[in-house]
Design a protein around this ligand. Sequence first.
Ligand code: PLP
Length: 385
Amino acid sequence: MPPIQSRLPHIGTTIFTTMSRLAQQHGAINLGQGFPSFQPHPDLIALVTEAMVAGHNQYAPMEGLMTLREAISNKNLLGYGYQPDPVSEITVCSGGTEALFAAIATCITAPGDEVILLQPCYDSYGPAILLNGGVPRYSDLLYPTYSPDWDHIRQLINPKTKAIVINTPHNPTGTIWSTDDIQQLGRLAEAHDLIIIADEVYEHITFDGRQHESILRYPDLYERAIVIHSFGKTYHATGFKLGYALAPAHLTAELRKIHQYLTFASFTPLQHALATFLGQTEHYLGLSAFYQTKRDQMLSAFAPTPLVPLDCEGTYFQLYDYTALSNLPDKDFAIELTTAAGVTGIPVSSFYHQGNDQRLLRFCFAKDEALMQAAADKIMAYANR
Ligand SMILES: Cc1ncc(COP(=O)(O)O)c(C=O)c1O
């Protein structure tokens, strides 16, 4: 057998797979992995089916179907006041994860180039940097508000720093960036000539009247940015794996060179379907209200339990402090809650490079109300055991 040296020696199966597997083994209610327990809109499913029946089953153009790119362009004009050029600024990718990988690969131009990550963060960023020969440099968001520590971020910057990844609305904490955060980011990026990779896959899920601060609202920042969106979160279809990257033409040209060798093109029938479905704006404009109701359902179902919620301003994740119930480290408590109570959440330490443990679990509320109530009842039974 030829010896193989791991490219990612410290990385095993993701916590989402591990916890979902454990949930299945123990018949637990899985509020861990972030996927909706309900179906995409029937019109979208019908449009995908129609596209397949109509014969749209061969390769789409590498950069995405033109009609879809035009629809994306109009959508962003409507939402953020900026109209990206469908020819040179929009690339349809196989989900936000592929778009992120291509974005990161675009920024790392020499081995050892550094990319700043603000943790806790989505788990694909670090490995994508490593696989491209770069070095992730981590700065902790300040608990419990999870605001960026600008002084620390500034200290991390050196001539090898090429980019910073931001994520708003933020998984796993549910926080969203303010105008002030974006302005601070802009000053920093400009002073040090950094590319901003903005992960905005939860762009349509913000609560209590808060506005999503897309980079597209800030022309000076967009000039140095790659903005990532995903249809999976917006249309209750995480398994569709379709998203896109928006970036000025010079960055898009480089990103496409990478995208064309990662996947070349993405799922054609869905691109046809979404080119039409994006025009029905009510589906995404109503998403914040839809998920705010779900967040409030989880908050009220869990209120009688000893779990204490942190503020949730966006996304479909709610963090809970469980210290009134247990002193176990969060990974151990996640296992305990799955096996003994029958409810699965994700330990927040797994979103940290070095496993910072604030005794928090992340629960997904993209679920039916009855399921969340059943989970709350199980936690109560466990608390009263
Ligand atoms: C913050 C964040 N970015 C990106 C993604 C990936 O999006 P997609 O499923 O479209 O690849 C996710 C999915 O959970 C996410 O939470």
